[in-house]
Write a protein that binds this ligand. Sequence first.
Ligand SMILES: [Zn+2]
Length: 84
Amino acid sequence: MMAERGVRRLDADDSLDLGVLEAVMLDPKLLEILACPQCKGAVEADADHVSLVCEACRLRYRVEDDIPIMLIEEATSLEGGTGE
Ligand SMILES: [Zn+2]
């Protein structure tokens, strides 16, 4: 069955890769070189993958068109981020 071949191929390692690519638009390698402009520490993609978070500074940097806005003045506080 041809369909079975497709499923097997997806099941190998493509499913994992696809899942990551769809969920995280940002390249993991890009995340590694990105640093918080305030503390120069590492940032992490948040649960929704629409922003980057610096846990040390409690700051959230938004991502626009897959481009992280790594500016302190553009960042929002994790605590007081309700009033956009
Ligand atoms: Zn920081």
